[in-house]
Design a protein around this ligand. Structure first.
Ligand code: FEO
Ligand code: CA
Ligand code: CA
Ligand code: CA
Length: 667
């Protein structure tokens, strides 16, 4: 019972974001992009700064001249003094702004919630407290207010080595310190399950500062044990029936809720992303779901839930994984409502679900499938949005058409309908109806010839300029002969952003145009091939775009995931990116996270006076940070953000950023 596992096995939970899934080139060769990325760390160690000169051999003279020009140029339309990029154990915001911690892992959400005690955490306490690893942040106004509303927050996953005392042992491995993590007890697994899901919490701005309304009557925790309904075309299908649910309509819980959205009718949608990690065990020999699960990397077995709960063990419940990988809709107006998994929107590793009302009133959801070489989707409702009757929109998400994007070399994009009976989506290809097509959305999109992308993350429609922004994080596995116009870099270490203009400005259109807004990375290093404007400073460039937001002026803000000492010599953060006029592709750093964290959220309040950001997995890592240089875990974390108290672990938290003295952000 005291068997210790290697750190590699357990720390994979924290590496799930890497999405080293199936359908991917299996070689481990170090790519050019990785070699370039590694240079940044060496530069940092050698010079202790972000100076360009340390790698002069790879800096193009043109870029150097351009950098000089940039200093003189007026640059960005965002009015704030840029923050300096770097790495330490704290968060930092641009001068003149306050960044106040609003909600931390373990914070009480109800009048009867126990105070957080990390040494005595229980599932019961956790289910009444703010969950772990905050990701998506949404705001639903109460009576139209920009200063009083419901904050909805996803809790994507758990990091047991940072959550639980006494489970990590440091050993010597290959001459280096390594962490070994003990198996979790059932009680700890139960805490993990209660720390997943989402939070709905009333917040109010009082004297310029946001406060949590602890006894808000709509406050709610959603967890991996909340009863949910399967709705839409897959509900009741044989492939989603289990011993516990012979009806195929009731699911217990949601997992790995990454980004999401708030619908025009004020419901909260949560995207189920890396579902493969939660399942373990083996399918019975020759099982019909083998190929389906392989395409999603199921089972990955990073979590131990299957040891305690049959539904996460494939040998016992072979159909259970088909009940995950969906978009979940929550009616926040009724804290007892049953969340619905909207199967019409497809099943894959859903990153997010941002939406907009099209010209004719249909509602369009942009959906990314975050895996190397997977796809960009959009769902168009059949019915139209009713602005005067909220309940009339109740089941809009059960009927509509899912499309997948094909990006052509000539700068056009076609949205291919994923509809049973059309094109290759037929019985000959193993689909008996639309339910099969939706359960195996990836295979359907493969057959349609969709464009294989460099990890599609958040996709944001912009109501102000009519464009759609697609974040593509990276894809170190793309080879030279796999490059295409929409994924233009081999070994894409730093990612890029695509801008789509739908035909006639109609978000429901089946055709549009696209261009690359930005290839990311250090634009002063010629080999990187980044395309930030020359007005972008050495602090202003970034890599690995992940989440994004537009403020009400239609300006783009990009949050990153995956930077750090080795990758880019800077932590993740929030950058303001110009998309219009001469300043297009100019970027400025506004906020950065402590070591080990990624930047999630972001979200602007309806009056643009607050930027909410989610600091996810702070302290997860630090071996490659010169100032720490060893495994980070509960007793010895690389940061104790945000409390910095010796008896308090590092905690993921949502931060509210406001301008000192009030006013809109960056105006
Ligand atoms: Fe959960 Fe794709 O980030
Ligand atoms: Ca993300
Ligand atoms: Ca977003
Ligand atoms: Ca991410």
């Amino acid at each position: 019972m005291t068997e210790q596992r290697s750190s590699d096995a357990r720390f994979r939970t924290s590496l799930l974001e890497e999405n080293e899934g199936p359908a991917i080139n299996p070689t481990d060769n170090r790519t050019m992009g990785e070699i370039i990325a590694a240079r940044f760390s060496r530069r940092g160690f050698l010079k202790g700064s972000l100076a360009v000169s340390a790698i002069a051999a790879t800096v193009s003279p043109l870029a150097m001249i351009a950098a000089d020009d940039a200093r003189a140029a007026e640059g960005s339309a965002f009015k704030f003094d840029e923050l300096e990029a770097g790495i330490d154990d704290k968060h930092h915001v641009a001068p003149g702004y306050d960044a106040d911690v609003l909600l931390r892992w373990g914070d009480p959400l109800f009048a009867d919630s126990p105070e957080f005690d990390p040494t005595k955490q229980s599932a019961e306490a956790q289910a009444k407290q703010f969950g772990y690893n905050n990701d998506y942040v949404g705001y639903i106004p109460i009576q139209g207010s920009a200063e009083h509303g419901l904050l909805v927050v996803n809790h994507e996953y758990t990091n047991p080595h940072l959550m639980f005392p006494g489970i990590v042992k440091i050993v010597e491995k290959d001459g280096k310190k390594a962490a070994e993590v003990a198996p979790l007890s059932k009680e700890q697994v139960d805490v993990e399950m209660a720390a997943h899901g989402g939070t709905i919490v009333e917040i109010r701005k009082v004297s310029g500062k946001w406060q949590v309304v602890r006894d808000g009557k709509l406050n709610r925790r959603i967890t991996s044990n909340t009863e949910m309904a399967l709705s839409g075309p897959v509900a009741g299908h044989d492939r989603v029936k289990t011993n516990a649910d012979p009806s195929g309509t009731k699911v217990l819980g949601t997992v790995n809720n990454c980004a999401g959205g708030v619908t025009p009718w004020g419901t909260y949608v949560m995207a189920e992303e890396n579902i493969h990690g939660y399942f373990s065990g083996e399918l019975p020999e020759g099982h019909q779901e083998s190929a389906n699960y392989k395409r999603l990397g199921i089972p990955e077995g990073a979590y131990e839930w299957g040891a305690h709960y049959d539904r996460f063990n494939l040998a016992k419940e072979p159909n259970e994984p088909n009940r995950f990988g969906w978009i979940v809709e929550v009616d926040v107006d009724d804290p007892n409502s049953t969340p619905k998994k909207r199967t019409a929107m497809g099943r894959f590793k859903h990153e997010g679900a941002e939406s907009i009302v099209a010209k004719d009133g249909r509602v369009v959801f942009y959906l990314g499938d975050d895996e190397r070489f997977d796809y960009v989707y959009k769902f168009v409702t059949k019915g139209t949005f009713n602005a005067s009757d909220r309940l009339a929109n109740k089941d809009l998400l059960d009927d509509g058409t899912l499309h997948v994007a094909k990006f052509a070399e000539d700068g056009t994009v076609e949205w291919l309908p994923i509809v049973f009976g059309q094109g290759p989506l037929t019985a000959e290809n193993g689909f008996a109806g639309q339910a099969d097509v939706l359960i195996e959305t990836r295979r359907a999109a493969d057959l349609l010839g969709a464009t294989k992308m460099d990890r599609p993350e958040d996709i944001q429609p912009n109501a102000v300029n009519g464009k759609v922004y697609v974040m593509l994080t990276n894809n170190s596995k793309r080879k030279g002969d796999q490059v295409d116009a929409a994924n233009p870099r081999a070994a894409n270490a730093f990612g890029h952003i695509i801008e789509i203009s739908e035909s006639d400005g109609d978000f429901a259109a089946t055709k549009g145009k696209w261009e690359v807004l930005l290839k990311c990375g250090d634009h002063s290093v010629a080999d990187v091939g980044a395309t930030f404007s020359t007005a972008t400073t050495a602090n202003g460039w970034f890599g690995m775009p992940d989440n994004c937001a537009v403020d009400s002026a239609g300006r783009l803000w990009v949050a990153t995931d995956g930077q750090g000492p080795e990758a880019t010599g800077r932590t993740d953060g929030l950058w303001a990116v110009d998309t219009e006029g001469a300043a297009r592709a100019t970027s400025k750093l506004f906020f950065r996270v402590p070591i080990g964290a990624e930047m999630c959220g972001p979200l602007f309040s309806p009056d643009d006076q607050t930027a909410f950001v989610a600091v996810q997995h702070p302290g997860d890592g630090g071996e490659d940070w010169e100032a720490f240089g060893r495994p980070s875990y509960y007793e010895d974390p690389s940061t104790r953000w945000p409390d910095f108290k010796p008896d308090m672990p590092v905690r993921p938290a949502v931060v509210a950023i406001t301008k000192q003295g009030g006013g809109k952000i960056a105006v």
